[in-house]
Ligand binder design. Sequence first.
Ligand SMILES: *[C@@H]1O[C@H](CO)[C@@H](O)[C@H](O)[C@H]1NC(C)=O
Ligand SMILES: *[C@@H]1O[C@H](CO)[C@@H](O)[C@H](O)[C@H]1NC(C)=O
Ligand SMILES: *[C@@H]1O[C@H](CO)[C@@H](O)[C@H](O)[C@H]1NC(C)=O
Length: 514
Amino acid sequence: MSFPCTMLTVLVFLIAVSNGAKILGVFPYPAYSHYQLGDRIFKELSARGHEVTVITPYKENNLTENFKQVLLTNTLAEAEGLRKNLFTDHSNLNALQKLITIDLLGLTFCEKALNDTKVKEFLQIDQKFDAVIVHQFSTEAYKGFCNHFKAPCISIVTMLAPNWVNHQMGNPGSPAYIPETFVDFSSDMNFLERCYNTFVYLTSLFVSYMHTLPKHNELLQKYFPNAPSIYDVYYNSSLVLINSHVSLTTALPLLPNIIEVAGYHVKTPKKLPDQLQLFLDEAKEGVIYFSLGSNLKSKDLPIAKRNAFLKVFAKLKQKVLWKWEHNILSDKSDNVIIKKWWPQQDILAHPNVKLFISHGGLLSVIEAVYHGIPLLGIPVFGDQAKNLNLAEKGGYGLSVPYNRLSEETLTDAINQLLKNPKYAQIAKQRSKIMHDEPMKPLDKAMFWIEYVIRHKGASHLRSPTLKLTWYQYFLLDVFLFLFLILTVLLFFIFKFYVGFVKPNIHLIQKLKNQ
Ligand SMILES: *[C@@H]1O[C@H](CO)[C@@H](O)[C@H](O)[C@H]1NC(C)=O
Ligand SMILES: *[C@@H]1O[C@H](CO)[C@@H](O)[C@H](O)[C@H]1NC(C)=O
Ligand SMILES: *[C@@H]1O[C@H](CO)[C@@H](O)[C@H](O)[C@H]1NC(C)=O
């Protein structure tokens, strides 16, 4: 009995392995919060029997037959240098300045990756892949790998925004109700907000088509032998996985090849270290967890802002866990515990955590919603203000922008969040919505990647709008045609009246009177 069973298991295993696909991951961008989202996917694909090769600057120690790397060495130190001045340089940018910053960073790091000796060598190897999974963050030139290896292109978009992929995929995305990536509005915009959003929408399209895409085209021509035009690869993605979910945003139209997978990076909570577990269990008044993420360091906060936190925390009954990247923090009250690193996801899973003070990075916002914890956001740069704006409008958080951070504003926001039960209730509701799905987000990502491989690019999911020109899409040619027909018709009616009806009007009158 057990023998055939074992045989069967081995057989099933062998079939599973022999069905494994060869997948290339292109994630060279030197920002760990982005890489982490690719890494989770690649590890899972490899665990499911696929052979994965990843282009990245982040070294993996446990390389196997199913998990290989093309390790870049030249970008991490440089990116670390750029991060030094985040608080001062990036907290005042408007939507367009943010967009242009991301554009320029994207171009810089695309070129650095493509110019890397290891990547150049890799391109010369004659090999085949069944799919190429690229990081999409103003990094269009990476799509050259899909064409080079004649494999379907799958994008991972590490931001909420489907409006970053709307043109590329032919997804409807009117600025009337979809705020642009870095515009901190929700879908509910008043007249002036819609004016501003439309202005940013048109300007970003202009920048994209006049500057960004042509520049990526230059990179493509320079580094890939026999490269096609950027537009041939830009409009040719088979699938986009976006780090978004309706529990975080408003409902938005999505084509069947744009799949929301937010929450897939969250791991099943692990057991906390005994001491920390006890600390959290015993915190009857609740715990506040405070972390500004991995790019911003709270030790770099100016003294005045740091003191504001210390003074506010000293007045609280709650205990505070603070991610503080230094061994000492003078003047801290006894209810505050510091550590350079906390197991954030496992802490947020503890029922005594009542509030998460965060920079509003997308991963932190997703983890807060996943675990149903209200957010106090201190947005500094990038998409943080937008993410927190959604939390505020959604009723599960409040935002105190970095520039307005003071003892008064902090006290006020913390008191509201802890005392008004509405915030915790809505956070729990949102969490329920995030979890109420037919399959877990990571399984969903796996299903769709394997689907694209099974259907060799799944071209049946492509939107037909990609074949239309802009005037066909807006039906301008049809309207013009109808207008012409109408004009000709009116012209003949007029002619008929002037030439026939009018001269004989007395005859017609006569006939009528008889
Ligand atoms: C290395 O990866 C393999 C396959 O994913 C896993 O079985 C093994 O436990 C890992 N080893 C270490 C030391 O993490
Ligand atoms: C490409 O790399 C080479 C060294 O390998 C370097 O000399 C050159 O300046 C780099 N080009 C660019 C545009 O970064
Ligand atoms: C577009 O994608 C399809 C399906 O993956 C592929 O066969 C084709 O070669 C791609 N075209 C270009 C120009 O990369």
